[in-house]
Design a protein around this ligand. Structure first.
Ligand code: SF4
Ligand code: SF4
Length: 444
């Protein structure tokens, strides 16, 4: 029988070999960290200056809350190391702008707040207690989406959830951090899934793993063999298999309607790293102050999967990996399909940083774009059934009304259309501009 699959998608060169067999290495404590007040989707954090006197010259401990926002869709940020606050103010951010951040110089002692302790047995925790722990730990979607995890664990009462999916697809080329997390922290992923199922009252848990990671799939399959309501699911290898609508369709057969959230079809999904973070918050009382990321690309001297404290500067991570070669053409944070090219390495690792890529001409093909030849490859590659060429043209001509009529807002910027286009037209970049303009006008 043919494997279930979704419409569209592409098969880029995956280039995961350089790091897929490298165990996660804990990077030494950074000399300083820069902690931006915005590391999630939703309301940015405000500095807790009045409450805890976070100001220049103050000593902070690891795990100390630095910023928060009372808004429901938000997540607090914490100090990733102990040390002295040496600066507060706008700092370069991987999103390409300056955002208010707290800079902490390490005291080298890594002293933790003494309120970081285990929450107790999962059986004894109420649903509200679980949601509160996840919120207070500042946990967001670590696959790159950075949506606050407690929000996904708190659906409205009229949207019952029966299935939780753990996303181990890691369909972006080059990235292997999730693969290594699955191999090295499998038990923590499964415990995190149980926590989510309890919080949501879900009767079924599915761990989806792309079939280009057979060792991780087999391990998950073995570890959940005795579980009645948890299973491992082998996903076909195709980009963007890890996007939530594609993942839900392939793993459950349910179709999330355009413009709707997965909860409409009774499903919530979380990345494997998010599951581990939730486990650590419950078992150790640890807030989200570190993450696993992949550092790779032909320009990296020593590729690695690293456990890095948040706020560590990308320049310090690159230095730890032996630096980058002079032939590096492009520095990217995230994967090559959905990541963002960076003009500088003077930016901090944030909660959504799944990878750092130094790409040379071995990895990227830089070409001038040429006129559209109407081949329709972009249309057949679009997993959302959109017409990328028409939306991009509307955006390029400033016709944002037309772009909206063509469902530009349903585009989740997977980049398949740009990747497949023989004329190298930057379709997704134009669509992104169009989406921003449409949203600006809506918000007015
Ligand atoms: S239009 Fe958007 S969703 Fe469709 S292929 Fe392009 S980037 Fe992906
Ligand atoms: S893939 Fe490129 S050349 Fe082909 S129709 Fe789309 S925009 Fe035009």
């Amino acid at each position: 029988m043919a494997e279930p699959s979704f419409k569209g998608g592409v098969h880029p060169a995956y280039n995961k070999e350089a790091t897929s067999t490298l165990a996660i290495v804990k990077m030494p404590l950074p000399q300083k960290v820069v902690v931006p007040m915005q590391q999630h989707i939703g309301a940015p954090c405000e500095l807790l200056a009045d409450v805890e006197k976070i100001e220049k010259g103050f000593e902070v401990k690891a795990g100390q809350k630095l910023g928060d926002n009372k808004g429901f869709v938000s997540a607090p940020v914490h100090a990733p190391i102990s040390g002295t606050v040496v600066d507060i103010g706008p700092y370069n951010h991987p999103l390409g702008m300056k955002i208010n951040a707290v800079t902490i110089e390490s005291d080298g002692r890594d002293e933790w707040m003494d309120n970081t302790k285990p929450a107790g047995s999962l059986d004894d925790l109420s649903v509200d207690e679980i949601r509160k722990i996840v919120r207070e730990a500042g946990i967001v979607g670590l696959g790159g989406a950075t949506f606050p995890a407690h929000v996904k664990l708190s659906p409205p009462e009229d949207k019952p959830i029966d299935i939780v999916i753990i996303n181990g697809a890691e369909c972006e080329p080059y990235l292997t951090a999730d693969h290594r997390v699955m191999l090295e922290k499998a038990e923590e992923i499964i415990f995190g899934l149980r926590v989510m199922m309890k919080a949501l009252g879900a009767s079924e848990g599915i761990i989806g793993v792309e079939n280009n990671k057979p060792d991780a799939y087999k391990l998950m399959e073995r570890l959940v063999a005795e579980e009645e309501n948890i299973s491992a699911f082998s996903l076909p290898t195709k980009y963007p298999q890890g996007a939530e609508k594609m993942l839900i369709y392939v793993a459950t057969g349910r179709v999330v309607p355009a413009g709707a959230l997965p909860m409409e079809v009774g499903v919530v999904n979380h990345n494997v790293g998010t599951a581990v973070a939730i486990t650590q918050a419950i078992r150790e009382g640890k807030p989200l102050v570190e993450r696993v990321l992949t550092v790779t690309g032909s320009g990296i001297n020593q590729p690695a999967n690293l456990l890095v404290r948040l706020g560590t500067l990308v320049s310090e991570v690159l230095e730890y990996c032996g630096g980058i070669s002079e032939s590096t053409l492009k520095l990217v944070v995230g994967g090559p399909m959905m990541g963002l090219a960076q003009p500088t390495a003077d930016i901090p690792v944030i909660k959504g940083t799944s990878g750092i890529l130094a790409l040379t001409d071995e990895d990227v093909y830089l070409a001038e774009s040429s006129p559209c030849i109407r081949c329709a490859k972009c249309v057949s590659s679009c997993p959302m059934n959109l017409m990328p060429t028409s939306i991009a043209q509307a955006a390029e001509h400033g016709n944002y009304k037309r772009a909206e009529e063509l469902y530009a807002l349903d585009c989740f910027e997977c980049g398949c259309c740009s990747y497949i286009c023989p004329s190298k037209i930057p379709l997704v970049q134009w669509i992104r501009i169009g989406k921003n303009e449409i949203m600006k006008r809506k918000n007015k």
